[in-house]
Design a protein around this ligand. Structure first.
Ligand SMILES: *Cc1c(COP(=O)(O)O)cnc(C)c1O
Length: 489
């Protein structure tokens, strides 16, 4: 790939700026002044536009490619959400603006939006109240784990550990540890759900809580949720619902009605915000009645006369988890998405997501080894183990998809599946797109049988092939250096 510096021609310009006004900085110390002009690329406007447009097209994105990244819910995000978040009243609002101002109610609209989003999420999840503050799913988990700790402190309970199934997302144990707990891992059984007997034996008086993802990371609905909740409750533990996979169950399942005490929802997965590359996201946390007092401050309230305000009066609160209201723009998009789809529409989205995943699972079952029997929820998991005998690994299959214009599924996760391939098509993909994906997967499977070597070099269509991923992360080299400097080392 040519850098923009490589295209530079001395004297070429996009625009001609007026000459600088005399010396605008007469008092700057001499050693801070440039002796020579900065070595900026000199290119025409057309070259700039083509250069950066071409670069942007090397990216895979939901707007350009099928993106079945399991566990991430990379659904297409309606542009209506962008339009809503871009409205000047939301876009330009500042959190330090007064809530109320003489002659006008400055941030009432923003507060109303927060209030109504909180109410909608509480209805969807069957919880008493939500905080919209957490900035990601993992941050929501930490908020939840801190609420668990606050609850036990308040009650004088001596609790030491949190139970987490081995199929859980890695952020679960990290969050529990940060909140001060030991993590006890519960194995899955041969069906891919929590091993109930082992779970029961692991619970004791020192169990602070249990964190469960449902449907779990294998795309399976945990079968014994109610019994598990009763066992946790019997030792005054709290039951945490990792709702990152709620997309599968929208409108059909309320964690609050199934015995869960706390849950987080990933707005950037289930409620349509573009994500990837680290954010921004939002991981609101809902709690049942008995945990309301521990929620972060502030909370948006509505007075009897209809005026919204921020309530800081919460002596048992765990405090601030983020500045102000969390990622407001993400919350606006989620609100717009919920109103756009409505209750029935959300339910239909969940159903379609499950249908799409099952369609892919059944069409691939003959050639790829499915990890579970029967139906899946919103994602399906295969193992590339049978190909390993031919010297072809899951990584090779994933890289070969890139050459076919498809973002690879999640690989090598969940950790309890060797050579895992985890596919989440989401509800926004058409039958035609799924068929194209299946055809690519089957073609790659044939190639793995006939000509395994061909897969070892993939991807061939990208500017760089396979990187040493550890080196690439640890010794990032992102800075352009002028030729002399590079030569000098
Ligand atoms: C994505 C995910 C998380 C973490 O959410 P982030 O927003 O990435 O921090 C937690 N649990 C599960 C099951 C997930 O899929």
């Amino acid at each position: 790939m040519e850098l923009i510096y490589d295209k530079s021609v001395r004297g070429r310009r996009a625009t001609r700026l007026p000459p600088p006004v005399a010396d605008a900085s007469p008092n700057w110390p001499a050693e801070l002044r440039r002796a020579s002009p900065a070595p900026l690329p000199e290119v025409s406007e057309g070259e700039v536009v083509r250069h950066f447009t071409a670069l942007s097209r090397l990216n895979f994105s939901v707007d350009t490619h099928f993106y079945p990244l399991g566990s991430c819910t990379m659904k297409y995000n309606p542009k209506a959400g962008e339009a809503a978040a871009g409205l000047p009243g939301f876009r330009e609002a500042h959190p330090l603006w007064p809530q109320l101002r003489r002659g006008g109610l400055l941030t009432q609209g923003a507060l109303q939006l927060l209030y109504e989003t909180e109410r909608l999420l509480s209805e969807i999840a069957g919880m008493a109240e939500f905080t919209l503050q957490p900035l990601a799913g993992a941050h929501g988990e930490l908020t939840g784990a801190m609420i668990i700790a606050a609850y036990h402190r308040d009650r004088g309970n001596r609790k030491t550990h949190i139970l987490i199934p081995d199929s859980a997302h890695g952020t679960n144990p990290a969050s529990a540890r940060l909140a001060g707990y030991e993590v006890v891992t519960v194995p899955s059984d041969e069906n891919g759900v929590i091993d109930f007997e082992k779970f029961r034996r692991a619970v004791n008086e020192e169990t602070a809580g249990v964190m469960m993802t449902c449907p779990n990371t294998l795309g399976l609905f945990e079968t014994r949720v109610r019994e598990i909740s009763e066992i946790v409750r019997a030792v005054d533990g709290l039951f945490y619902y990792d709702g990152a996979n709620l997309n599968a169950l929208l409108g059909r399942f309320k964690p609050g009605e199934m015995g869960f005490d706390i849950c987080h929802i990933n707005l950037h997965k289930t409620f349509a915000t573009p994500h990837g590359g680290g954010g921004p996201g939002a991981g609101p946390v809902g709690v049942v009645e008995k945990l309301r007092d521990y929620l972060p401050i502030s909370r948006v309230r509505k007075r009897a006369d209809g005026v919204y305000y921020l309530d800081y009066n919460a002596p048992k609160s765990i405090g601030y988890m983020a500045p102000f209201y969390g990622n407001f723009g993400v919350i606006v998009r989620a609100y717009a998405y919920m109103l756009l789809l409505g209750g029935e529409g959300l339910k239909e989205a969940g159903g379609q997501a499950v249908l799409n995943a099952n369609y892919v699972q059944e069409r691939l079952r003959a050639r790829f080894a499915a990890v579970t029997q029967g139906r899946c929820m919103h994602e399906c998991v295969f193992t590339g183990k049978p190909f390993a005998a031919k010297g072809v690994h899951t990584l090779d299959l994933a890289k070969a998809l890139i050459d076919r214009g498809i973002h690879p599924p999640t690989v090598y996760f969940p950790l309890n599946v060797p050579e895992a391939i985890m596919i989440e098509p989401t509800e926004t993909e058409s039958r035609e797109t799924l068929d194209r994906f299946v055809a690519a997967m089957l073609e790659i499977a044939d190639l793995a049988e006939r000509d395994p070597k061909a897969l070892h070099d993939a991807p061939l269509t990208t500017p760089v092939g396979r990187l040493d991923e550890v080196e690439a992360a640890k010794r990032m080299d992102l800075r352009w250096k002028p030729a002399e400097e590079t030569a000098a080392g």
